[in-house]
Design a protein around this ligand. Sequence first.
Ligand code: PEP
Ligand code: MG
Length: 547
Amino acid sequence: MAELLTGLGVSAGLAAGPVHRVAAAPQLPRPTPVADPAAEAQRAVGALTSVAAELARRAEAATDPTAAEILRAQVMMAEDPVLREAVTERVKSGTGAPHAIDAALAEHRAAFTAAGGYLAERVADLDDLRDRAVAVCLGEPMPGIPDPGEPFILGARDLAPADTAGLDPARVLALVTADGGPTSHTTIVARALGLPAVVRCPGILDVPDGTLVTLDGASGDVTIGVDAGTVAETRRRERRRRERLSATSGPGRTADGHPVALLANIGSAADLVDDAEGVGLFRTELLYLDRTEPPGLDEQVTTYAEVFAAAGGRKVVLRTLDAGADKPLPFLHAGAEPNPALGVRGLRTARRRPEVLATQLAAIAQAAGATGADVWVMAPMVTTPAEAAEFAGQARALGLPTAGAMVEVPAAALRAEVLLRQVDFLSIGTNDLSQYAFAADRLCGDLADLLDPWQPVLLELIGGCARAGVAAGKPVGVCGEAAADPALAVVLTGLGVTSLSMSARAIPAVRSALADRTLAECQQLAAAALAAPDAAAARAVAGQLSG
Ligand code: PEP
Ligand code: MG
């Protein structure tokens, strides 16, 4: 008898197949006396070496540059001579290899936590390292993505970047996690890879590996213990759904022809796809990562020109460097800040190092001039009209005619009308706007309900910005994760936004959802979502009304 579990659908699509869960962290055995300390030390160091090799292999295979970066940092931790020395010392004094690794890493962990800031955020990576090295010592499978030899639905408590870096969409059919939320790493990865996903489905942890399940990433339904016929039928329906989506093309339009530009969020030229009407968010941080000094003007000109040329005449909205908080850069953030998300991040870093922004804008202007591309620039974390005016003035003085501001702070959203007197467009970063509107760290999984982009308060802030845009006759788009949810994209259109920018894979489903509704229907759905008491009710009422 099949059993229905319900979670939160965060990436639409159907999947069916056996579920296999990420291997659990190994348990330390009861300590036993060490007979041969030299051999035991070799076992411990050997475990760290093999973990470093495995993580290096995953870094090499990773398609997501941020995940590759995290993995390379983990390799360095595993190869750290200080850690190896600490492990060896413990073994010499009679501690077994797994316990020595556990204790040495616990010491590192405490030091990272005490240091705060960027290092404290790396604690989860240290824990992952510990689990892997202990598993190798004990001869258990390394925790991480299983390899059952057939396509499967991946179950987990939650997924970390180290788990998903090498995720192969040809082997993994869908994701289902016990924890997580609409902005968690699992959701972002699922959407980027085009995998159906359900989060907040705790029952999945009790399902034995190999059980056949079906999953609906729109409704959040996960049915456990289905038969082979249901699996085949579900896969047929998913194939038909994908065929329908890939048959859609062209600009974003509601059923009655109201245009809403569908743009791509990219980190480099490689992310650009033909399907997008342009780039709505070019995140430029990639170029600055892993550096002790910012990249020089010429290097930046080359990178930007590559993206502008790849856009082939389509508009490119480039965001200037957004460093700090969840994207720390050593050369801009020497000392730890007590509250990095409320600190010197985004455009604010120009207070400390104005030349970094000046060089970047000069490079953008040169690359735009050389390629003749339609380049729009915008600054992250703009908070006041004066900041917007200064940024726009600087950009225009360099010959960049279209300058905008990201709306990520409630102070900016509430003054959208005044901001629009200074800039040519606004782009709403819903990931950060949720964080700051709800005073909830966007990296904190426990607060996922507050960070839900269906929160009526967030919709209200977006609606206010969109109205200001209409009044000023200037574009107001959304470029956060909210734009990638097809049902929410319809609501955002009803609120009056003029463009939606998302990871490229999300575009067909959003295009298809828009094409199914008239503008008046989008407005009705928006009004219903705005009137709902909370995010879950807003999502539900929009779902009911759209049938
Ligand atoms: C956002 O905050 O919504 C956004 C698009 O920017 P990022 O996620 O890069 O901070
Ligand atoms: Mg942001």
